[in-house]
Design a protein around this ligand. Structure first.
Ligand code: MF3
Ligand code: CO
Length: 262
C-alpha cells in the first residue's frame, strides 16, 4: 500500500491537532510530581482533550482502557493508568498521548523526571530526546526512511544505551497507525523514499540496559527484561521540500525551541 500524501488543508488540521496535544503535554508536565497517581494524569489529559473538542485517540484503541499511556521506570510504553500507583521521587515517567481533531490524528510522547533522579536516568531522558532530533536531520524529501532509523540507533548506541526493537514508529493521518512502519534501528534495505506531504510519528524507545522487552499479563505494559529504566520521546512530523516540520508542537514553537527546551 502507498504512503498517503496530505494536502495543505489536511496538514493545517494536523497542525491544530498537534498544537492541542502539545498544550495537553505542557499542562501534564506541570502536574508530574511525587505523590500524583498515574490515573490522575490520565484523567487530567482526557478532560483537557475533550475540552479542546478533540477525541482521545488511545481510548478503546484495540481495547486500550485509557486516554494516556503512563510508563514508569522499567516500563517502556503502554503503561496503564492506575489509581493506586503514585509517582515517587526518583522515578522517571513517560507520557504518551494522542488526539483526533476534525478527523486527523496527532501522537506524541515525553519522558519526565519525578523530583531528583540519578545522573544515568537524566542522561537517558536527554539521549532519547536528542536521538529523535538526530533522526529527523534525515527526514527530508529524497532521503530514504531508514536513514532516520540508522541515525537514531547510532546516536543512542554511541551514548551507551540501546534501542527497543519490538515497537516502531509509524505513518499517521486519518488513522493513528498508517504506513510506513518506522524502526529506530537498522533494517535490511533503505526503506521508502520520503516525499513532501508524508506525515510520520517518530518515536525512539531507549533502554539503559538490554533492548529486550516483554509484555506484562495485562497484555499492554511493555517492560525491559532486565528491569533497567527506559525512556520514550515522540513527535508527529511533516516531510517538506526542506527541513521537516514538527506538527506536534505548540503554535509558534520551532524545532530548535523544542530541541533546546526553551
Ligand atoms: N504512541 C503509541 C503508538 O504509536 C500509542 C498507542 S497506545 C494505544 O503506538 F493504546 F493507543 F494503543
Ligand atoms: Co506513536
Amino acid at each position: 500500500m502507498a504512503v498517503s500524501i496530505k494536502s495543505q488543508k489536511e496538514i493545517q488540521i494536523m497542525r491544530e491537532a498537534g498544537n492541542i496535544l502539545a498544550t495537553v503535554h505542557d499542562e501534564l508536565a506541570d502536574i508530574v510530581r511525587p505523590g500524583v497517581t498515574t490515573m490522575e494524569l490520565n484523567n487530567y489529559a482526557e478532560k483537557r482533550i475533550r475540552e479542546f473538542g478533540c477525541i482521545p485517540s488511545f481510548l478503546n484503541y484495540n481495547g486500550y482502557p485509557a486516554s494516556l499511556c503512563v510508563s514508569v521506570n522499567d516500563e517502556v510504553v503502554h503503561g496503564i493508568p492506575n489509581k493506586k500507583r503514585k509517582l515517587l521521587e526518583g522515578d522517571i515517567v513517560s507520557l504518551d498521548c494522542g488526539v483526533i481533531y476534525n478527523g486527523y490524528q496527532s501522537d506524541s510522547a515525553r519522558t519526565y523526571a519525578v523530583g531528583e533522579i540519578s545522573e544515568t536516568h537524566r542522561r537517558l531522558i536527554e539521549v532519547t530526546k536528542q536521538s529523535f532530533f538526530e533522526g529527523i536531520k534525515f527526514a527530508k524529501a529524497g532521503n530514504h526512511l531508514f536513514d532516520i532509523s540508522c541515525a537514531i540507533q547510532d546516536y543512542v548506541e554511541s551514548n551507551g544505551f540501546s534501542v527497543v526493537r519490538d515497537l516502531v514508529g509509524h505513518g499517521i493521518g486519518k488513522k493513528m497507525h498508517e504506513e510506513p512502519q518506522i524502526p529506530n534501528f537498522r533494517q535490511r534495505g533503505r526503506g521508502i523514499r520520503l516525499k513532501p506531504g508524508m506525515t510520520l510519528a517518530i518515536e525512539p524507545m531507549v533502554n539503559v540496559g538490554t533492548y529486550e522487552v516483554w509484555w506484562l499479563d495485562d497484555d499492554w505494559t511493555v517492560v525491559t527484561q532486565d528491569n533497567e529504566y527506559s525512556a520514550h520521546y515522540e513527535n508527529t512530523i511533516l516531510i517538506t521540500e526542506g527541513e521537516p516540520e514538527i506538527l506536534s508542537l505548540r503554535t509558534g514553537r520551532t524545532t530548535e525551541d523544542e530541541m533546546l527546551g526553551r
